[in-house]
Write a protein that binds this ligand. Structure first.
Ligand SMILES: C[S@@+](CC[C@H](N)C(=O)[O-])C[C@H]1O[C@@H](n2cnc3c(N)ncnc32)[C@H](O)[C@@H]1O
Length: 244
């Protein structure tokens, strides 16, 4: 685990290609946001793409004047939460950011989460190790809160999805980030938030098109078979978003 800022500094030649793109110029806000997370975090090309997308979408939602709260389901130690929160501040979004996470890791997987594709390099190992390892992505709430302490408008809702949505039924949303990896919580997040998403609002799903997380894909595809957002876009390196 490294701080993204350290990685970016340590091997500039490795990332030289990034200098060609405005969103990752050294003085670009979204890139600074990605690199300014206080906690430990992984750093991959796919993650850069998905997290820069988060920042861009939050900015677009703000620029379009879409009203409503912001929510994230699946926060872990808070890297994506920081990207959303810092961008909200830079854009002048004054809404609360509701964060939903067990802070005990993933919930129980179902058959829908088992990798069956023989194109995955080692599905059986991933199924047995990743899916049965207790507390995968478990994070400590107090550490996560410390990582995010600069963002005073974050409301932490620790608990299991969907039970932790109780009491939030009357809220409406402009932007929602779903990153819970598995079939059931992804399905439950879409069922809860889409009806409460204002027109023009956006939901980004982090795990779409990841061969490691077929359950998330299935939940989104089932959702798209019955709901018709005005726009659905698959990010080229994993993740997807929809505009209502
Ligand atoms: C991949 S991590 C999220 C990563 C995070 N977005 C980041 O930027 O580092 C997935 C998160 O989903 C949470 N999670 C999974 N299933 C859940 C459920 N049913 N209820 C609550 N939280 C859940 C886990 O606790 C974990 O923190």
């Amino acid at each position: 685990m490294n701080k993204p800022a350290d990685i970016a500094k340590s091997a500039p030649e490795r990332w030289a290609i990034w200098e060609r793109f405005r969103p990752v110029q050294e003085n670009a806000e979204d890139w600074q946001t990605y690199c300014s997370f206080r906690g430990e975090a992984s750093d991959t090309l796919s993650k850069r793409t998905r997290f820069l997308s988060l920042a861009q979408l939050v900015r677009r939602v703000a620029a379009a004047g879409i009203q409503g709260a912001v929510a994230e389901c699946g926060c872990f130690t808070g890297h994506s939460t920081h990207v959303i929160a810092r961008t909200m501040t830079l854009c002048g979004i004054a809404s609360p950011l509701h964060v939903f996470d067990s802070f005990e890791g993933l919930s129980a997987p179902t058959n829908a989460d088992m990798i069956t594709s023989d194109r995955h390099t080692n599905p059986s190992a991933v199924n047995t190790i990743l899916r049965t390892t207790e507390k995968m992505f478990a994070s400590d709430l107090s550490t996560t809160m410390a990582n995010l302490s600069e963002h005073k408008f974050i409301v932490f809702n620790p608990g299991w999805i969907p039970e932790s949505f109780a009491g939030m039924e009357d809220e409406h949303y402009a932007f929602v980030h779903i990153d819970v990896d598995l079939y059931e919580p992804t399905r439950d997040c879409l069922d809860f938030f889409y009806p409460r998403l204002n027109r023009g609002g956006v939901i980004q799903i982090d795990d779409y098109n990841f061969m490691d997380w077929p359950g998330s894909q299935k939940a989104v595809d089932e959702f798209l078979a019955r709901e018709k957002p005005s726009f659905f876009f698959e990010l080229p390196l994993g993740g997807a978003f929809m505009v209502k």
